[in-house]
Design a protein around this ligand. Sequence first.
Ligand code: SAM
Length: 334
Amino acid sequence: MTGAPDSCGRSINYLRISVTDRCNLRCIYCLPPSGIPLIPRNHILSYEEILSVVRAATEAGISKIRLTGGEPLVREGLPRLVEMLSGVQRVEEVSLTTNGTLLSKQAAALKQAGLTRVNVSLDTLNAGKYRDITRLGELRDVLDGIEAARGAGLLPVKINMVVIRGVNDDEILDFARMTVDQEWHVRFIERMPFNSAVDFVPTSEVQQRIATLGQLEPRVPPTGNGPAAYYRLPGATGTIGFITPLSEAAFCSRCNRLRLSAEGKLRPCLLSDDEIDLRTPLRNNATSEELRELVLKAIASKPERHHLEAGNATPLKTGGAGGVTNRKMSRIGG
Ligand code: SAM
């Protein structure tokens, strides 16, 4: 379904929902070792409140939902939420972004509840390095999670790899090779500089390295309507995608999404601090029409582009200490 047009003519049909700010990992580019102050539990939207937002959002043109976090699978009873949301009349798809560590036990129940597919974040294929990057995780759990998702039919499973110079950029070719014989859909993501300036690896450099394996052929996306551009190595079963928030000036022109934070703030853009509080109206018995108007207001206020310039430590609008922006991904949902 086509979404409501924003002021730049983009069609907004996609809502990413952070169901929790809690995470069982502490990835080095996302969270400090000790984590961040947690949102009090009673400030986090209940599943019923999320359902009310989604019902209203569908009246404003949203038809695709992605659950994220924090780590969405640490929130108890996630299949129940999936079932509630996939039963909403205009919802065409409910998908999930996860670190995969808890997926093997939940994949079948999620599929049964109506989940369509999963994206799994995996930045290395080396068990020791996985521990170093995530500070808490075990690679085996993620690989088991990917297999369980495949077995349950949560297809296609997309693998998100944030390229970190000097840490995992030596594995770019290993990830690319995984797409040749196996149906891996790997997406290389430019690391965004939330905490301090980073020497990110631009997509052009990743592509040059992969070109040593063969010429990349443009492909239509395996599914979905996200920001990645897709390619395939000659004869490969899987695909290779690139997500270029930093190096591509036109990146935001394809943005089709809103984000709902765990505490009920609706964000027109991940990289701007503008947000609309939905929790207060929800808890004051706002009608679905009133919520729909707030969703339309968020769509109308979507900025044309982010201001997270390459090498800039914090988004220009935030201008604050790293801690402010550091909260973004786990609270708002990456
Ligand atoms: N816990 C889930 C997971 O690991 O996929 C969902 C939340 S996580 C914040 C969502 C995505 O944001 C992950 O793919 C993660 O790699 C990405 N991410 C976090 N910090 C990032 C950064 N600084 N630059 C680019 N991507 C980032």
